[in-house]
Design a protein around this ligand. Structure first.
Ligand SMILES: Nc1ncnc2c1ncn2[C@@H]1O[C@H](COP(=O)(O)OP(=O)(O)OP(=O)(O)O)[C@@H](O)[C@H]1O
Length: 753
């Protein structure tokens, strides 16, 4: 077949909107698509057609960028298949994450980027450096630190001072540093840029943030290391050089970006520079840049600098130039699942809109509805299974146990009717996944239904970190930092109550571990925590060293989810690695290396999406990871108001600084600098942060709902644990996510549902 015919045929596989992507003739194009519209599918075909049409090759390539490594491999696979059909060279395109693209550029011109013989820090190393930066900041800024310690309601008592010191050093200051670095650095702001603005309440939060950020930079330099943001900055520095810039611009014919709603300003800048193409024989420049995204699926903005506003601005700009392509039709789900998602969108926009300081109305969602595909589309909206939507709230389900039991029974029924269905249960938190995994073990035992617990591998990758924290505590139990880290691990593994202030316990290790008669007695739950810690210390004295890892594993993990087996494997790995040199010190050092290089995860192997969507299998997966995927049946349990959209929460132990979280305030204030807005005082910044978080939580619900093709189950039992860290502390009549009762009523009464 001639290539024009193949192109034509490929084009015919697309729906109208996607065809417009494939018809791209150069220049800027914004594609704002609804969930399931076929962005990624459309982009892959558009890429292959562009390669054919513009006769691209190794020296003039199409560059595709996306957010995650798994998305990279998905798109690459699709484009390669189309190119094979077209008999075109695979060297005509590259697919990478933004970071690896930046690294390639920065690394190709080390003399310009300044990255030299450096290493890239892992997330764990970065966190360690931020903690060190916070400790150094305390030493170098005694005056501001003293003010923080005073905070409010300080009566000069020693125990309270020690408690506050622990909270500040182990929790609050590192969080402020993390926010400063995550937000300022990836937007190209320097520590001095933070110092040059003042909040309307004259608070010095930005000064503190700038200080920790600056010291972090110093530490990175000392370690001859760079972080991910440095790669982007390095690449931009390289591209400042006109000759080098021209070289890359000539090599890259065009840039296609997927998941554009998740890019930061610097990342966008990088793509804009790279996409510039020079019209032959003229000075004229055009940007060959296609950016595809969905502002309603922006779910990373509360922990990265991603902000859908940047993509929205790009869409607005393109709209004015007649270069905005809305993809409003989606063929993934049944009509009523899409209607339910549309209903959530408008209900939330109506009830949760907010006027900001510039008198603009902010809404959690971009008002874009999902429409079914028209007659004759290559993909037909599927038929629902039964009614397509099932909503069960507190009037029907009393407890979370009952809720999961019902889900289990429904799964058995569904798979009996059709063993080929793919099924997912989406959770918001790890511990919810753990609970489901345990509660549904009978599905496998009695019905041979496979449950693939995606989060389990995440939980397993925490094993080396847990071991490290406990061994460091065993080695130096009198360090408040070590004690707090060990208590955190015990709390995370639900071995001690989460209803206590760990800072208070950790701030005076001796008093806590070995109190004398004159010390105030510990509460009952603190005594329990103390017994666990003392038990660990006793084991260190009584057991041979190589038995410690199994002992800690039995203390921390129940016999579930393969954690004991993972600990075993880790123990064997250390035994082999340290033959003849096995000591507390060497074990700790090896564990540090494993944690910081994230090596153990590599030993465990990588996860592939092909394993997530399998006929007859139940996939248990976190909402963030589920983005981009779809299943025939999707269950979303535990949808309570406390989680979706969540409520503002400041731990009692942190309130001495005010009724706001200072890390969150840091994020909002830096965001204001980026967007050239007035810097809000701490109280108002906190309110804004609460709003931003709630908006994102609703979008996460929307992303979850739109993963379902034929049946969507939403539920919230009448009673639920308070924070999911412990299942014991439950309350009754826990409110469901506020949109659910309204949606349930609509589904029950409206004939279209
Ligand atoms: N033209 C088409 N013909 C047939 N199936 C299609 C077409 N376009 C997309 N699909 C299918 O629809 C589903 C959604 O497509 P895709 O993953 O590309 O959408 P998306 O817009 O990237 O989704 P989201 O961002 O919501 O995850 C996939 O199962 C895909 O195979």
């Amino acid at each position: 077949m001639a290539s024009t015919e193949i192109i034509d045929r490929l084009r015919q596989t697309l729906r109208q909107g996607q065809q417009a992507m494939a018809d791209w003739e150069g220049g800027e194009l914004a594609v704002a698509a609804v969930p399931g519209a076929g962005k990624s599918t459309g982009m892959a075909v558009a890429a292959a057609i562009a390669i054919a049409k513009f006769q691209l090759h190794r020296q003039q390539q199409l560059v595709i960028v996306t957010l995650t490594r798994s998305a990279v491999s998905n798109i690459r696979k699709k484009v390669l298949a189309h190119l094979k059909e077209l008999r075109l060279p695979s060297s005509a395109f590259t697919v990478s994450t933004l970071h690896s693209l930046a690294y390639t550029i920065a690394n190709n011109h080390r003399e310009l980027s300044g990255i030299g013989e450096t290493t890239i820090v892992s997330e764990a190393q970065k966190l360690r450096l931020i903690r060190s930066a916070a400790s150094l900041w305390v030493k170098e800024n005694p005056k501001i630190y003293a003010l923080l310690l005073e905070g409010r309601g300080f009566d000069g008592e020693d125990t309270e001072r020690l408690r506050r010191q622990t909270v500040l050093r182990t929790d609050i200051l590192p969080s402020v540093g993390r926010e400063a670095i995550a937000n300022a650095k990836s937007s190209g702001l320097s520590p001095d840029d933070l110092r040059q603005v003042t909040a309307s309440d004259d608070s010095n939060i930005l000064e503190i943030a700038a200080g920790i950020y600056e010291i972090y930079g110093r530490l990175l330099k000392q370690e001859k290391a760079i972080d991910y943001d440095d790669m982007i900055l390095g690449a931009l520095k390289v591209l400042d050089n006109p000759e080098v810039r021209r070289h890359w611009q000539e090599k890259i014919f065009a840039v296609f970006e997927d998941e554009a709603q998740d890019s930061s300003p610097l990342q966008t800048k990088l793509l804009e520079i790279l996409s510039v193409s020079h019209r032959q024989g003229t000075q004229q420049e055009v940007k060959n840049l296609m950016r595809v995204g969905d502002p309603n699926q922006a779910i990373n903005s509360t922990f990265t600098t991603a902000d859908p506003r940047f993509f929205n601005d790009f869409c607005d700009r393109c709209h004015k130039l007649g270069r905005l392509l809305p993809l409003k039709e989606a063929g993934r789900s049944t009509q009523n699942i899409m209607q339910a998602a549309n209903y959530v969108l408008s209900w939330v926009n109506h009830h949760y809109s907010k006027t900001n300081e510039n008198n603009e109305v902010n809404k959690p969602f971009y008002p874009q509805k999902i429409h079914p595909v028209p007659e004759g589309d290559p993909q037909k909206n599927p038929d629902p299974i039964d009614r397509g939507i099932e909503i069960h709230l507190g009037n029907e389900i009393a407890t979370i146990e009952e809720e999961v039991e019902l889900i289990g029974k429904r799964i058995v029924q569904l798979l009996q009717q059709n063993p080929l269905l793919s099924i997912a249960i989406l959770v918001r938190q790890h511990n919810q996944g753990q609970f489901i995994s345990k509660s549904l073990a009978w599905l496998t035992e009695r019905h041979n239904i496979k449950i693939y617990d995606v989060e389990q591998s995440d939980r397993q990758s925490r094993v080396p970190m847990d071991m490290l924290a406990i061994l460091q505590f065993m080695e130096r139990p009198h360090s408040p930092d070590n004690l707090k880290a060990a208590l955190e691990v015990l709390k995370g593994r639900q071995k001690i109550s989460s209803q206590q202030d760990l800072n208070e316990l950790a701030s005076t290790p001796e008093k806590f571990l070995y109190p004398t008669l004159i010390d105030a007695p510990l509460s009952e739950i603190a005594q329990e925590a103390q017994a666990k810690c003392v038990g660990l210390l006793r084991a260190k004295i009584e057991l041979p060293l190589y038995n410690l890892i199994p002992f800690i594993a039995f203390t921390l993990y129940d016999d579930e989810a393969g954690l004991l087996a993972t600990a075993d494997k880790l123990g064997d790995h250390l035994n082999q690695q340290l033959i003849g040199n096995y000591s507390m010190h060497t074990v700790i050092e090896s564990l540090k290396e494993i944690v910081e290089s994230e090596k153990f995860e590599a030993i465990e192997g990588e996860n592939h999406e092909d394993r997530y969507i399998v006929s007859g299998q139940v996939t248990l997966i976190g909402l963030h990871k589920a983005k981009g995927l779809d299943w025939d049946v999707v269950f979303m349990p535990f949808l309570h108001k406390r989680i979706c959209p969540g409520e503002p929460y400041i731990p009692e132990s942190n309130k001495f600084l005010g009724d706001f979280g200072i890390a969150e305030v840091t994020r909002i204030q830096i965001g204001a600098i980026i967007h050239h807005e007035p810097i809000l005082d701490a109280q108002r910044a906190w309110q804004k942060c609460t709003y931003v978080k709630q908006a994102e939580e609703f979008r996460l619900l929307y992303v979850g709902m739109t993963r379902a093709k034929r049946l969507l189950w939403l539920s919230a039992a009448n009673s639920a644990p308070f924070g999911w860290n412990t299942l014991e502390n439950r309350s009754d009549r826990v409110e469901p996510c506020p949109v659910l009762p309204a949606l349930q009523k609509l589904v029950a009464t409206h004939p279209r549902f």
